[in-house]
Design a binder for this molecule. Structure first.
Ligand code: NAG
Ligand code: NAG
Ligand code: ZN
Length: 989
């Protein structure tokens, strides 16, 4: 189809609208009064106090998400979300002035499903009248330090879709609300802006930053959250709430609180109205001193409050009545029920100029020795499981589209993507992937992901059966990282389907546990592929314990086409030669066509890294160390290291071992140097024949605690790169931010923790550089890290702690499992690449994408049925190197959701930092695109209806965005860092 004109789109839609009506963005604005129209009037010449009744409902923390919903296990924490919603709706009905905001759609959705249609009608009315308002509206309130943007967008989309499907326009939140997360990522702000939010409120920031902002009245600001998207695309008005998210002291009237109720009958004992009003006016005038406008916001609620909502509302009704009564006597304070969006609207009307911020809010400290930088790494196994689950979900989503309806119901039964989508959304919560929930709750998060993947496996099997024409049984091996896969361990002949979720071809190393010594591997074209058999290392045997018995790994490199698969056949060679033998002699060098690494023969440690293409070379030593965690018995502060807080007892880490025992394996496909540092730290340094990156596969644990010392294990790369105290970390896997030791861009830092105060989240990459060399480290999960010495980069890998850190979780972070009762063992991978700074992004952007979206391997035993389609790509051609296919998923029966992303920053690359155009009609090989509409990033608003408040910053003129001029609606142009979201109607070719 070669439609180039807009009329053609209309024509197409006209034709097909007889079959199904495709949404074209024509929504009727009903005569509803939700949103900004539903706000109570304020008084221009008075100080207006916006009381915001709210509850903060963690999607799992001390209890699981379902326990919180039902109010189960109240012995752990008294909290029951179902009762909160029951009670609030009842109280809202009693007085139309009352307001309530609700945030976490994971809970609201559970409650809604259980209501009668009468109750649902009642709630619809409350929503339509703006009395019950959704804010934020994602499935959960995501963590900002350990999340990847892809999963954040998905969880927001899931929650907001439910709200739009259920409530239409009045269900669309206007305000993003992250009152509890422990520090704030710039990328989150950028995403919220692109999702159409008018403003953003949060509660936690560094105590020094807060003090300064209070003094200067800068607690409300304009956050310019991208250095690449032209303003105001990523501008987000940001407000810092006055008391975290709690009420002012003395005004907590929940059943969980002890403050005195308003006793307003003068005939009874203890009449206290005058006292309450006086105290309230005092709190008001104090707050007015640190904000700019004649409007104040007060968050009247907290964790799991409003279970018995009459307590709050009865007292708030009275507070409003008695404070406002004083206006007759000349008081200029006006109190009202309000919501964050009503407050925001008043700030917008104030038409002031606001301070501009371009960095982020990491790290977060609430006191001199209390840096919340431990959770960047806490629970590294869960963090990896969450990241790989995202890869599985994207694959599952894609194959649901590509396989059509047969993927949901097919030869392997009924499968779905929804279970994993919801599990992933729950896992984004700020106590989930952050690693700050209790152990039994963490187990629940992992169990949900596992169940989600089970449902997806059925779908993937059905889809691959439909695409390949073979419904042979399909096996998945989820423990290949420890060389466990029962099928490949025993089979003499099997095939591997390599599905590539990226929109460009990949070359990928595959390692399969086997017991033979030689195999014939052929690709989809029947050509034989170089393969090698190497012995399973001793460390892997120790980690896998009794879960497998393979003595060797079969290693070969596969190529998979864009958004498609390629099938490789493997058969045991009867005349089998010998497996490669490990050499005990000290290795000194490994080299492929891109890289050369050397080792120090005396220590066994890495000693240099060279890029052979660019002829650059650095000194590089890498080793493992551990910080002795503070136990809190310390003269300066009683703060111990814990799930949230990182507080080493000394700034000098202990070395695990100065030397490594080594052995090496050299083959044509892979070269390895295996290093033993101690019984609980080992590593394989690995170089594949076609790889531009050096792989460091670390295995850490069980961390010994017999010495009663909590341990926080890092790996440190020491180089001769001249870094001038600078290093760089990514924000949620997208834009990169510069970090400077003992420095914050927006205020004069008094550094009180030389290590913990210099740690930042690393979601997918970090780098150090000088004029000539850039060393980039790609991580396989979110971790914390820093550059404490010039030329050095350290990454925290694992933590085991013996004390709780007094932030509520009530457990030391001391993980074990039934396989590792003596303490968790964690394995992971770092990829190292050395490049010229000017072109490094051309290497690390695609590398990081390959780690985030990994090929999915699935296996079938024996011979393939003769008509099996051995290779498949859903694309007509690979997408340009700057473009990432971020989302391809089924939206509803007739439509699918597509997100295309420009994955380079504007300054990053000569080659790739340019606008690039993709033609949607020429995208898919198996699908005809029949109709299209563009949406905001979270897919809950048509792009052409997206209007956000405009704000003026102090430091510059308002920039006007030039409108895009597309040559045709089908030609989609992406500028650096831009994501565009489309609903497509398609048919199979
Ligand atoms: C929102 O939901 C309404 C129905 O409630 C639907 O007509 C509309 O298309 C949806 N909007 C978007 C952007 O999906
Ligand atoms: C906002 O203030 C600017 C001057 O600072 C003025 O030009 C503009 O008209 C004002 N807008 C409104 C809506 O009051
Ligand atoms: Zn919370």
């Amino acid at each position: 189809m070669a439609c180039k004109e807009k009329t053609c789109l209309v024509f197409l839609l006209f034709i097909f609208s007889t079959v199904l009506s495709f949404p074209l963005g024509q929504e009727k604005e009903d005569s509803v009064t939700c949103g900004y129209q539903s706000c109570h009037a304020t008084k221009a010449n008075m100080l207006n106090v916006h009381l915001v009744p709210h509850t903060h409902d963690d999607v799992g923390w001390l209890k699981t998400v379902d326990q919180y919903f039902y109010g189960d296990r109240n012995n752990i924490q008294h909290a029951g979300v179902q009762y909160i919603l029951d009670s609030v709706v009842d109280q809202l009905m009693k007085n139309p002035d009352r307001r309530f905001i609700y945030v976490e759609t994971a809970f609201f959705y559970r409650w809604w499903k259980q209501q009668t249609s009468d109750m649902q009608q009642t709630v619809r009315q409350l929503v339509n009248e703006g009395r019950l308002e959704f804010v934020n509206g994602g499935w959960c309130m995501s963590d900002e330090a350990a999340t990847h943007y892809s999963a954040v967008i998905d969880q927001m989309t899931l929650g907001l879709k439910f709200l739009n499907d259920t409530f239409g326009l009045c269900g669309r939140p206007r305000v993003a609300w992250h009152i509890d997360p422990f520090g704030h990522a710039r990328e989150h702000a950028s995403l919220f802006a692109q999702m159409g939010y008018d403003g953003f409120f949060f509660g936690r920031l560094d105590y020094q930053d807060r003090d300064r902002r209070k003094k200067n009245k800068e607690q409300e600001l304009l956050w310019r959250a991208s250095d690449s998207l032209p303003p105001p695309l990523a501008d987000l008005f940001t407000g810092i709430l006055p008391n975290g998210y709690n009420p002012p002291e003395g005004f907590c009237w929940d059943q969980l609180c002890d403050d005195a109720p308003i006793r307003d009958d003068p005939d009874l004992e203890d009449y206290n109205v005058d006292d309450v009003v006086r105290r309230f006016l005092f709190a008001t005038s104090n707050q007015a001193k640190v904000y700019k406008t004649n409007h104040l916001i007060m968050t009247m609620g907290s964790d799991f409050q409003y279970e018995n909502a009459i307590l709050w509302y009865k007292n708030l009704d009275k507070l409003i009545r008695y404070v406002n009564a004083l206006q007759a006597n000349g008081s200029t304070v006006n109190v009202l029920y309000s919501t964050p969006s009503c407050y925001l609207q008043e700030l917008h009307r104030a038409n002031l100029t606001w301070p501009l911020k371009t960095d982020d809010f990491f790290p977060y400290a609430d006191d001199a020795h209390d840096f919340w930088t431990g959770y960047f790494t806490s629970r590294p196994a869960l963090k990896r499981y969450e990241r790989i689950s995202n890869s599985h979900l994207q694959t599952c989503n894609q194959l649901e589209v590509l396989g059509g309806p047969a993927s949901r119901k097919g030869p392997f039964g009924e499968g779905d993507s929804q279970t994993l989508r919801e599990a992933m959304a729950v896992a984004q919560h700020h106590d989930a992937v952050s690693g700050t929930a209790k152990q039994h709750v963490t187990d629940d998060y992992a169990r949900r992901l596992a169940a989600g993947w089970q449902h997806c496996q059925v779908l993937v099997s059905n889809s691959l059966a439909s695409l390949s024409g073979s419904s042979a049984e399909r096996i998945y091996c989820d423990q290949l990282n420890v060389s466990v896969c029962p099928l490949t361990e025993s089979s003499k002949k099997f095939s591997v389907n390599v599905y590539n979720p990226l929109a460009r071809p990949v070359v990928w190393p595959v390692r399969l546990p086997v017991n033979g010594t030689a195999y014939i591997v052929t690709d989809a074209g029947g050509k034989s592929v170089d393969s090698q058999v190497v012995p399973v290392s001793r460390m892997t045997q120790e980690v896998r314990r009794n879960r497998g018995f393979a003595v060797n790994d079969l290693v070969f490199q596969v190529q998979a086409p864009p958004l498609g698969y390629s099938i490789y056949s493997v058969s045991l060679r009867q005349d089998g030669g010998a497996a490669a033998r490990p050499q005990r002699s000290a290795p000194t060098v490994m080299q492929n066509k891109f890289l050369r690494v050397t080792f120090d023969p005396d220590t066994g440690l890495l000693s240099s890294l060279s890029n052979l293409e660019t002829s650059q070379s650095i000194k590089l030593t890498q080793n493992f160390y551990w910080y002795n965690a503070s136990d809190g018995k310390n003269s300066q502060s009683r703060q111990p290291s814990g799930a949230y807080i990182f507080r080493p007892n000394s700034s000098v880490p202990m070395v695990v071992s100065r030397v490594a025992k080594t052995e090496s394996v050299q083959t044509s496909v892979v070269q390895e140097v295996r290093q033993w540092f101690s019984p609980w730290v080992s590593q394989v340094v690995r170089l594949y024949a076609d790889s531009r990156a050096l792989e460091l596969e670390w295995t850490v644990g069980p961390l010994p605690t017999e010495d009663d010392l909590g341990k926080e294990v890092i790996t440190r790369l020491d180089t001769d790169i001249k870094t001038s105290e600078l290093f760089y970390t990514d924000s949620n896997g997208r834009e990169v931010l510069q970090r400077k030791k003992d420095f914050r861009p927006t205020w004069q830092l008094k550094q009180s923790e030389p290590i913990a105060g210099n740690y930042y989240p690393i979601n997918s990459r970090a780098f150090i550089k000088d004029d000539d060399n850039q060393l980039t480290v790609i991580t396989d999960r979110s971790q914390g890290g820093g550059s404490i010495q010039n030329g050095s980069l350290e990454i925290m890998l694992h933590r085991r702690l013996l004390y709780d850190d007094y932030r509520g979780v009530g457990e030391p972070l001391n993980e074990s499992s039934h396989i590792y009762p003596e303490g968790l063992v964690v394995r992971g991978c770092l990829l190292l690449s050395l490049d010229r700074p000017a072109s490094a992004a051309d290497v690390h952007r695609p590398l990081a994408q390959e780690v985030v979206l990994q090929p999915l391997l699935s296996f079938t035993d024996g011979d393939l049925s003769p008509n099996t389609r051995l290779e498949f790509s859903a694309l007509q051609a690979a997408l340009p190197s700057a473009v990432h296919l971020l989302t391809l998923s089924q939206w509803d029966k007739e439509t699918l959701l597509l997100r295309l992303e420009h994955q380079f920053q504007s300054w990053e690359s000569k080659l790739n930092s340019n606008p690039v155009t993709v033609n949607l009609l020429k995208l898919f090989s198996t699908l005809d695109v029949l109709g299209m509409s563009e949406l905001n990033l979270s897919a809950n608003q048509w792009k052409d209806q997206m209007r956000r408040f405009e704000w003026t910053s102090q430091n510059e003129e308002k920039l006007l965005l030039k409108t895009r001029e597309d040559p045709s609606v089908w030609e989609v142009t992406l500028r650096p860092m831009e994501i565009r979201t489309f609903l497509l109607r398609v048919s199979f070719k």
